[in-house]
Design a protein around this ligand. Structure first.
Ligand code: KIV
Ligand code: ZN
Length: 526
């Protein structure tokens, strides 16, 4: 019989709200829905889907997420402003478990210079806003913005008033990432003395000094029962507390957390890697190779001594198993040339995808093509093909063919044909300074657009000379300031490049409609 007591930490994911404030990390509605569904699969308790009053696009994506998510609580951020509260409430109309998240600054510097309000006025505004939000929603979270530079006595006073007005969760952000772990511990301990079990205390730590994860863990050790975090530690400036790190700390160091009530989470850690890859793919922001838990090198041992030790006994140099976060060995060879459609369908289900008949047909044909060209087909190859096929971005342009001629010392030529969604096929060619330049120019001629390339990355999906390339392109097309991202995957890197640029163009077309009314308020005013 397991008699170990367990205190479950609520995992509040803000990748879609605070994470989206990472420079260049904007996502469109379909992408946000895909992320929310994956977060639900990961076992996140609360998904902060956006800030409803900030833009029509945010409002719409919160509503869609609220409609689609079944198990996780869906949360909408709101300033302590009547019109924001109403937008938040409306955005959550279809949520099975809605939460309104109100925030108001409580530090002397924010109250004086940003809000231009006295503490008494801030207290009153918090009370009135919580009471108003409670008229629509039972689950209210109140955040003291810049809590960790606020007077502890004021935090205690406003926390008790917030509870009295109906708030169930009190969040204490280290908004500027200033504090060290023991200081956060002290703040939470002081608050816990007065709040006790009348509300859930929460930590929300930014990473400006690289302490976000340690600070959050320390907060939990001193009584916080909600941790706010993002996948891959995405977020404004140096980012937020990384979900995968706090979760794996709690799982790996159970020996320590036993003394703190057996802290744990409901996260299905086997979904961590997949979630991290999805976010990296959509935002174009990949974790650095040495990033804890999800970095490319997090589980690879270069040194001979380490490799030898691992082979003899895994735990000599490994404190977690790659499979704990859903990474399986490359030797996990899957299907080959002779595999049939049924085996392929079975495999993609095992990998967690659901395809309709048409998507399955296209993916299977691509798989067969790849089998003709590549000796070993890994799970990762199959995931790459399938994820490319199930894009929900309308395919206005599709690449039909590409021909490149390159010369080491001269102009490069790309000739291509693109099919438009009205059936028209357009062909053209262009010269450029290098293969990539000529391909992008040819696409621009064919599709009559002009773009400024912000980023271009090529990664191999698996190891081996015959590995597929994953090309990521970030571009700003003429007519907006918003960058879009495109991915292309193929055995031929140049073909993958053309596909990535065309995918970015399709996202741009999709985004154009949404951008028309996107006025971005973010954190101005109250
Ligand atoms: O960092 C912060 O203070 C925030 C609040 C809006 C919760 O993100
Ligand atoms: Zn924040």
């Amino acid at each position: 019989m397991n008699t170990c007591k367990q205190e479950i930490i609520t995992i509040f994911d803000t990748t879609l709200r605070d994470g989206e404030q990472s420079p260049g990390a904007s996502m469109d509605i379909e992408e946000k829905i895909a992320i929310a569904l994956q977060l639900e699969k990961l076992g996140v308790d609360v998904i902060e889907a956006g800030f409803a009053a900030s833009s029509t696009g945010d409002f719409e994506s919160i509503s869609q997420i609220a409609k689609n998510v079944e198990k996780s609580t869906v949360c909408s951020l709101s300033r302590c402003v009547e019109s924001d509260i109403l937008r938040a409430k409306d955005s959550l109309k279809y949520a099975k478990k809605p939460r309104i998240h109100l925030f108001l600054a409580t530090s002397p510097i924010h109250m004086e210079y940003k809000l231009k309000k006295k503490p008494k006025e801030v207290l009153e505004l918090a009370i009135q806003s919580i009471l108003r939000a409670r008229e629509f929603c039972d689950d209210i979270q109140f955040s003291c913005e810049d809590a960790c530079r606020s007077e502890i006595s004021f935090l205690q006073e406003i926390s008790l008033a917030a509870i009295e007005s109906g708030a169930k969760t009190l969040n204490m952000p280290d908004t500027v990432g200033y504090r060290l772990p023991h200081e956060i511990g002290e703040i939470i301990e002081q608050l816990h003395k007065v709040v006790q079990d009348k509300a859930v205390l929460s930590v929300h730590c930014h990473n400006d000094l690289g302490q976000a994860v340690s600070n959050s863990i320390y907060g939990a050790m001193k009584g916080a029962r909600q941790i706010e975090c993002t996948i891959n530690g995405l977020g404004e400036r140096a980012g937020n507390c990384a979900l995968e790190e706090v979760v794996m700390i709690l799982k790996t160091r159970k020996d320590i957390f036993k003394q703190y009530g057996g802290l744990d989470t409901r996260i299905n850690t086997k979904e961590i890697y997949k979630t991290s890859k999805l976010i990296a793919e959509i935002t174009g922001i990949r974790p650095q190779p040495n990033k804890a838990i999800v970095g490319k090198n997090a589980f690879s041992h270069e040194s001979g001594i380490h490799q030898d030790g691992i082979l003899k006994h895994r735990e000599t140099y490994e404190i977690m198993k790659p499979s704990d976060i859903g990474i399986y060995d490359n030797e996990n060879l899957v299907l080959g040339k002779h595999s049939g459609r049924a085996a392929f369908k079975d495999k993609i289900m095992q990998l967690g995808f659901t395809l309709n008949d048409e998507e399955l047909h296209v993916a299977f044909n691509r798989f067969k093509n790849i089998c003709d060209q590549k000796k070993i087909v890994y799970d990762e190859d199959i995931s790459a093909i399938v994820s490319e096929e199930i894009t929900h971005i309308p395919q206005i342009y599709v690449l039909e063919s590409l021909q490149c001629s390159t010369a080491s010392n001269g102009a490069h030529l790309a000739a291509l044909s693109v099919r438009k969604n009205n059936g028209e096929v357009i062909r053209d060619c262009a010269l450029g300074n290098g293969a990539v330049d000529s391909i992008l120019r040819a696409i621009e001629r064919v599709c009559q657009v002009s773009g400024k390339l912000l980023d271009y990355k090529v990664e191999s999906i698996t190891s081996g000379k015959d590995a597929m390339a994953d090309v990521m392109i970030k571009v700003v097309f003429e007519g907006t300031n918003n960058p879009v991202i495109g991915h292309g995957k193929d055995l031929d890197t140049l073909y993958a490049t053309a596909k990535a640029y065309i995918q970015a163009l399709n996202s741009f077309e999709r985004m154009k409609e949404l951008l028309q009314d996107k006025k971005d308020l973010r954190y101005g005013g109250v």
